[in-house]
Design a binder for this molecule. Sequence first.
Ligand SMILES: Cc1ncc(C[n+]2csc(CCOP(=O)(O)OP(=O)(O)O)c2C)c(N)n1
Ligand SMILES: [Mg+2]
Length: 315
Amino acid sequence: MTDKRKRELEAIAKEIRKLTIDEIGFLGVGHIGGAMSVVELLTLLYNEHMKVDPANPRMADRDWLVLSKGHAGPTLYATLALKGFFPKDWLHTLNVGGTKLPSHCDRNLTPGVDMTTGSLGQGFSAAMGVALGLRMGKVKSTVYTVIGDGESDEGQVWEAAMFAGNSALANLIAFTDFNKQQLDGFTKDIQNIEGLDDKWKAFGWFVQRVDGHDFDAMDKAIRAAKKQTTKPSMIILDTIKGKGCDFAEGLVSNHNMTFSMDQAKAAIAALDAVKPKAKATSTATPKAKASATPKAKPQPSAKTKGVKKEQKNGK
Ligand SMILES: Cc1ncc(C[n+]2csc(CCOP(=O)(O)OP(=O)(O)O)c2C)c(N)n1
Ligand SMILES: [Mg+2]
């Protein structure tokens, strides 16, 4: 990938990140942490790899995205709006009554959303079915799917993993958004899934692990995955939950947060203050970040009290 292209993708990612913060901030509550960690991935897929047509979202030979971690829907909506699937002003209807943009993805409501997701594990299984169906129909499309590291606790994920390996679903490219955090804590403390690479290999998958905020590394991994002819691919992405949203990144309680439009505006201004790099480089060091302790523990402030309440109240 050329430096010029990297800079273009960085600019798109910044826009998607800003739109997503604004979208959730306008509603006042949402899954900001897991939305931020997949910004670069969705940017790259929709602007570099996926065959899609905003004017014809159900095009028969399109590539598919199954966002199995459906709570990151707001990032997908910002990505689709920027591509022209629907007007940007829909973003301010996130999760209000009668909306076409529910907090979790719904293929019957949103142009460009390929699968209804949100019950963790189910989208991943559905992606296997789509990949099998396309192969049976001799459609040469790629199915991309994204699971979370916490989602990897679901037994259903491993049933699907076994099925895809045995079925040699080479038209399937999956990603694990390994942001080291799940709903109410660190993944390693809740269900340690390290050795993830070997687990997927044992199920018959072609496995790679890269920095999920580095366009070049992800691009190379996707190209290598596309060359596979007998194995489904798992690309494990080392990412940071809350990445780039100043009030959320580093908080263990950033899963589903309440925040004000003022906080959203300040976070967006902080992103605007970051000048584009002369030469695009990686933004995270996977090994270091993999074991890094978040910058700040949640403080017993009004903000984090709200977060705790949200976590108790729902997903
Ligand atoms: C079957 C099921 N159980 C529980 C939930 C509630 N839930 C929503 S997101 C989440 C945590 C997911 O963690 P992870 O996969 O790491 O995603 P991240 O928040 O890091 O994006 C949970 C438990 C759910 N949506 N579906
Ligand atoms: Mg996670």
